[in-house]
Design a binder for this molecule. Structure first.
Ligand SMILES: NC(=O)c1ccc[n+]([C@@H]2O[C@H](COP(=O)([O-])OP(=O)(O)OC[C@H]3O[C@@H](n4cnc5c(N)ncnc54)[C@H](O)[C@@H]3O)[C@@H](O)[C@H]2O)c1
Length: 267
């Protein structure tokens, strides 16, 4: 039993809901928050010792009020999981300004608000753990420019907090998931029912991810087993960022078609 106070943002759906469930299964008191109040209530109702609170992470005022309420009603936040995120699916040249700002407001400004709000309590308690749900998009170009910029910013913020607050016992890490089948993909899955199967071909492990894959990594980084790990971004991506076999094969096979040079003749 871990019995920590765990705040998860965007926990009414997908990855956040599974993070909340896995934390609750460990014995934590989980505060299930989401901008969608009904979704937060529905998820929380399935979990022991959990409470639901409505929270739009883009509002600093709301975040501060919810963190204060958690401290009063549950206890000071010991683990913060910044999971809320939205992804605009419009190519850069046609991306409206408001969608650029929206993606950054949820993933990056949201984490700024929550981290700022929980830090004083964590410092007073002598420590705490923060895990940010970033994305492979924050580490390499895969489209979704606004979303990617937000996640790259979140990875930078992860390192800043880790370094600045390490001596207060606060650890801050991130996970960078690859494609995970969740409602965030709904629009694309409606437009192309095969999108997950096509995405799977790019993954060395031959499948897209499950929310459970990400939640397990988040809870590892939040837990004592990771007590000497801070400032890292752990890809949870089925090997996507490790490299491209198709590219390697293409280059090797074209090299093989060359006439051997003098240095190759002894091989
Ligand atoms: N699914 C993927 O392929 C994938 C890949 C990499 C990273 N991620 C990241 O994982 C996280 C969870 O995504 P998911 O796939 O579970 O998506 P999801 O759409 O199922 O869940 C996201 C949740 O965030 C909530 N949310 C949206 N705006 C919010 C706001 N302003 N304040 C609070 N909550 C808000 C939504 O209501 C929803 O419940 C996101 O940060 C996402 O960027 C997802």
């Amino acid at each position: 039993m871990t019995d920590r106070v765990v705040l998860v943002t965007g926990a009414g759906s997908g990855i956040g809901a599974v993070i909340a469930a896995q934390a609750a299964a460990l014995g934590d008191r989980v505060v299930v928050t989401d901008v969608d109040a009904a979704a937060a209530t529905r998820i929380s109702a399935q979990l022991p010792r959990s409470v639901a609170m409505t929270l739009d992470v883009t509002s600093g005022e709301q975040v501060r009020a919810v963190v204060a309420r958690i401290a009063r009603e549950v206890g000071p936040v010991q683990v913060l999981v910044n999971n809320a995120g939205v992804a605009s699916d419009v190519p850069f040249g046609r991306l409206p300004e408001e969608l650029w700002h929206r993606d950054i407001a949820v993933s990056l400004d949201g984490a700024y608000h929550t981290i700022s709000a929980v830090l004083p309590g964590m410092i007073a308690a002598g420590g705490g753990a923060i895990v940010n749900v970033a994305s492979v998009n924050g580490l390499t170009y895969l489209g979704n420019e606004a979303y990617s910029a937000a996640k790259a910013g979140l990875i930078s913020l992860t390192k800043s907090i880790a370094v600045r607050y390490g001596d207060r016992g606060i650890r801050c890490n991130a996970v960078a998931p690859g494609t995970i089948a969740t409602p965030i993909w709904q629009q694309r899955m409606e437009a192309d029912p095969m999108v997950m199967q096509r995405a799977a071909r790019w993954y060395p492990l031959g499948r897209v991810g499950r929310p459970e894959d990400v939640a397990a990594a988040v809870l590892f980084l939040a837990g004592d087993g990771a007590s000497w790990i801070t400032g890292v971004t752990l890809p949870v991506d089925g090997g996507l960022l490790a490299g491209r076999l198709a590219m390697a094969d293409e280059i090797v096979s074209s090299a093989e078609s060359f006439e051997p040079g003098p240095q190759d003749e002894d091989r």
